[in-house]
Ligand binder design. Structure first.
Ligand SMILES: [Zn+2]
Length: 328
């Protein structure tokens, strides 16, 4: 009898062991965890085009809670803030790899506004600063930026200007012991599988018009493309041989009539055209003809003088545009 009980107990124990093994094999938690960690940590060096698809597939097979946690880790956004600095440019970009970039800093009186805007987003340093060209409405706010943040690198064209704003910029950069990186067509800031930031202009070392020295920046984040024109005018546009098709363009030269030629607009054919421009500015920007050209190409036009700061969000596939509409 005792032997019978012993055999029965052994059988029950064996059966319990068998059932406890089944869920472990069926759910494969460790595999999906490894995949999501790889995805979030290998962004900069990712060279496998199918990585994200594999990860999503393996996660969808796991439990609901596990899926939600992993998707939070996977979500990568890029945000471009076209800060309303009146007549000038200041574009702060939150990159999907958690770095950030500032393209221009508005004029001398806009520095504090730009500093506060970036601080409110929680940043204490700037990975890449691009001074598109040495006009005061683009570089005047630079000293305030360097005063408030650790700027890790600065990119600018090989151009100078006989203004106090330019002198101030150069002395600030020199005090920080930063060596400016000269921008030209073909220079990259970031070149990874998911994210590329490259310069399409300037294409020459010698222009009469300082605007044509403008750094023209193309940002590719997965399926979305952004083109930031600085103040590049007709001549610079005509020299760009790269593919300029984009989802979003920061229109050149504040929408002035000497930029945005029909040929160039047709090649860009964006969904959204952003014009950074001051209300009632003395230059008459933006030109009604230029606005019509972008609209006729299929773009929705957003202007900082009418909408205030404009924020463009991309998840690499979809683009969302928000604005702080001016009330006055
Ligand atoms: Zn300008």
């Amino acid at each position: 009898m005792k032997k019978c009980i012993y055999v029965f107990a052994c059988f029950i124990l064996f059966a319990l062991l068998l059932t406890s093994c089944v869920p472990m094999d069926a759910t494969s938690y460790p595999e999906s965890t490894v995949n999501s960690q790889q995805e979030s940590s290998s962004f900069e060096t990712d060279s496998n085009p199918d990585n994200s698809k594999e990860t999503e597939t393996s996660i969808s097979q796991t439990s609901e809670v596990e899926s939600e946690e992993s998707l939070v880790n996977l979500k990568k956004y890029m945000k471009l803030h076209f800060i309303d600095v009146g007549q000038g440019d200041a574009i702060f970009i939150e990159l999907p790899n958690k770095q950030c970039m500032l393209v221009d800093a508005g004029d001398t009186t806009s520095g504090t506004l730009v500093v506060n805007y970036i601080k409110n987003l929680g940043y204490t340093s700037i990975d890449y600063f691009v001074a598109t060209h040495p006009h005061t409405d683009h570089i005047g706010g630079l000293p305030a930026i360097f005063n408030a943040f650790q700027v890790k690198s600065i990119y600018m064209p090989n151009a100078s200007n006989a203004t106090s704003a330019y002198q101030n910029m150069m002395s600030v950069i020199s005090n920080e012991k930063l060596t400016p990186i000269t921008v030209m067509d073909g220079i990259y800031i970031i070149k990874t599988y998911n994210l590329q930031i490259e310069f399409l202009a300037p294409n020459s070392n010698n222009y009469e018009n300082l605007n044509n020295y403008s750094a023209v920046i193309k940002i590719t984040f997965e399926n979305n493309i952004f083109l930031l024109m600085g103040d590049a005018e007709e001549l610079s546009e005509s020299e760009i041989t790269d593919n300029v098709q984009a989802d979003v363009v920061k229109v050149g030269y504040h929408g002035g009539a000497t930029a945005s030629t029909q040929n160039f607009v047709t090649h860009v054919s964006p969904k959204y055209a952003i014009i950074s421009v001051g209300k009632n500015n003395t230059f008459g920007h933006p030109s009604a003809d230029v606005i019509a050209r972008w609209e006729n190409s299929g773009a929705t036009v957003y202007r900082t003088d009418l909408y205030g700061t404009i924020v463009v969000t991309s998840d690499g596939l979809n683009i969302d545009v928000e604005s702080m509409t001016n009330t006055d």
